[in-house]
Design a protein around this ligand. Structure first.
Ligand code: SAM
Ligand code: SF4
Length: 350
């Protein structure tokens, strides 16, 4: 009997060696199958919508060790999570990151996990892409909001666009499929969006546009830069044919195919409520707090369970308790002067 045998298990999928458990289902019948894991709050960039210029990062002792991250992620896999995304902060600045990736990749080899992916700013991708691919990663998301080196430097407060683009090329050379993420900003990159689409699609990459979210105190007023993706879509449709794709990710992304480029374009509108009923994801901060809704303050402290010497059964009970309380939906509104949620995206994991 293991802690995962809490009730009669459904048959394991072929090739699976996992001990199957009752699916992780919340009070509204939604099954959690996707965990986003923030592995650090630190970053080598300071994107204006994400961080303050002079961020105070967390003391190391508060951040989960690699072993703790592995233990919690593996508990989720045992509870039926099929997709793990490593994020941050910038995952590739975390020391020992490749050890964690290699360790978590065991779940892929055993057939207990469909996907191990990462969201990265790309600055260190040239160095790490071959190792990520060798470990079994198949896809990465790379954030790049502009094709203009000067604007990139401004938006990231000092970043080097050429490095990111070299990282994207290295990832593709290593066989990773790359999706580009770009935050849509009214004053900065709105006019560039068609060029970003052409650039990404010309390289065989999907592009996903993201609306700004009011998370954490930053130095700028995000309401000035808020750009509605409804308006972006309308503008793109004035010269391109956008064909809706039935692709459902269980998240806030809607996809279209751009007939003229042949590529896929996603719209992430987290301020809308249209995806909450099918939401299949939860987030773990780098301090071990489980958030089951990006836009709510609900929280379960899994680090406390581990550091109190909790058993796997205790950890699983805490995870189930957190998921049971997953809110029905979120409550974002960009018009507020205060952030809707006090925690930064870099701590929560975007
Ligand atoms: N450092 C990595 C990166 O930039 O890809 C991973 C972490 S970052 C927090 C994940 C994603 O969140 C990025 O695509 C970033 O653009 C996005 N993001 C950060 N702050 C945001 C905000 N306030 N609103 C919308 N997207 C945000
Ligand atoms: Fe760093 Fe990513 Fe936040 Fe930019 S969006 S500051 S790269 S964590």
């Amino acid at each position: 009997m293991t802690p995962y045998d809490d009730i009669a298990a459904p048959p394991s999928p072929p090739g699976s060696s996992a001990v199957r458990a009752r699916p992780l289902t919340d009070a509204f019948g939604r099954t959690v199958s996707y965990l986003r894991l923030s592995v650090t709050d630190r970053c080598d960039l300071r994107c204006v919508y994400c961080m303050a210029e002079h961020m105070t990062f967390l003391p190391k002792a508060q951040v989960l060790t690699l072993e703790e991250l592995d233990r919690i992620a593996s508990a989720f896999v045992a509870l039926g999570t099929r997709k793990l995304r490593l994020t941050g902060g910038e995952p590739l600045v975390r020391k020992g990151m490749m050890d964690l990736v290699r360790s978590l990749a065991r779940h892929l080899r055993r057939g207990d996990l469909d996907e191990l992916t990462m969201t990265t700013n790309g600055t260190r991708l040239a160095e790490f892409a071959p190792d990520l691919a060798a470990a079994g990663m198949r896809r990465v998301n790379v954030s790049m909001d502009t094709l203009r080196p000067d604007l990139f430097r401004t938006l990231t407060r000092g970043g080097n666009l050429a490095k990111v683009q070299a990282g994207i090329a290295a990832a593709q050379d290593a066989g990773l499929s790359v999706k580009i993420n770009a935050v849509a900003l009214a004053d900065s990159n709105a006019r560039e969006i068609p060029d970003l689409v052409r650039w990404a699609h010309g390289r065989g990459c999907d592009l996903t546009l993201i609306e700004t979210m009011p998370m954490g105190e930053v130095d700028v007023d995000r309401t000035d830069e808020f750009l509605s993706l409804k308006d972006v879509r309308r503008e793109l449709e004035s010269f391109w044919t956008l064909e809706d794709l039935p692709l459902s990710t269980g998240g806030p992304a809607r996809y279209v195919r751009v007939a003229e480029t042949g590529g896929r374009l996603g719209f992430i509108t987290p301020l809308s409520h249209n995806f909450c009923e099918t939401c299949n994801r939860v987030r773990l901060t780098c301090t071990g707090t489980l958030h089951t809704c990006l836009g709510q303050e609900d929280a379960t402290d899994l680090r406390a369970v581990l550091r109190a010497g909790g058993s796997d059964a205790d950890l699983i009970a805490a995870i189930r308790g957190g998921v049971d309380a997953k809110p029905k939906g979120h409550d974002f509104e960009i018009a507020r002067t205060q952030p809707a949620v006090a925690r930064h995206m870099s701590t929560t994991g975007g």
